[in-house]
Design a protein around this ligand. Sequence first.
Ligand code: CP
Ligand code: NVA
Length: 304
Amino acid sequence: MKRFLALNDFTIHELRQYIDRALELKQNPGAESGALRGKTLALLFLKSSTRTRVSFEAAMNQLGGGSIYLNPDTTQISRGETIADTVQTLSRYVDALVARLYEHDMLLEMADNASIPVINGLTNFNHPCQILSDLMTIHEHTGRLEGVRAVFLGPANNNLVHSMLHAFPQFGAHLTVCSPKGESPDPSALQFAQQTARKTGAQILLTRSPTDAVQNADIVYTDVWFSMHEKPTPERQNAYLPYQVNADLMRKAPSGALFMHCLPAHRGHEVTDEVADSDQSIIFDQAENRLHLQKAILLDLLDT
Ligand code: CP
Ligand code: NVA
């Protein structure tokens, strides 16, 4: 059973194929308009979403299929029906499932119990749809992925960072994670990145200094300081203040550096309006490309 759970489950060849197909679909949006006629995608989201939900639902419509959004409060999950029973039931009705969950283990349990493809719409651990479409966006703007220097500023133990570690070094793209003292990414994701980087020549760095980190950056990326599953504390909030992406910091990066954010942004916290709305910002291209990239995923998993 095909599944889309983590970017380190895929070879570089498979990842490139998704990006290439998404670029083609963007050029020619009507090309596959009837490809998923009669197919249904269910979306089971235990957390809020704007982009992931709407881009998947729109993608299904544009490919000729349909979608059903499942609110946990109005399904039997809220009354304790097990994940295993829920996905075995859904497998009898629909053709694929996108899940947005808290614990990554719950996603693995879902995928193991499903007889349909399961797609990861974000867990506490990773966010593969976002980062693969971001690689497409970087390719569109810079014309390459190999040798691109990306810097992520903010929380190190972050779902975007983990998907970046799973994919950037496969493409030979360099990644610096710049975070406060005492923070580091998940050890397994870091180890995968370091091993892959040794083969591809990518550099994976963990640093503390935002000024040093952005000096040679092609991409300056940030995310909310507190993810949906986290409780903000004043201590951590203070620790992140020096990592804000503002005009001062962007001036320390090369003039052609691009600003990226998966959105939603907490403007005035991790990024200022001045940067988010600047010519260097490609945040809405990122949001758009979710649609094209996820069409490529759906066609791969569902087009028989
Ligand atoms: N970037 C992203 O996944 O956005 P949503 O939370 O709105 O889906
Ligand atoms: N790290 C963020 C990403 C939101 C798309 C979160 O998990 O809330």
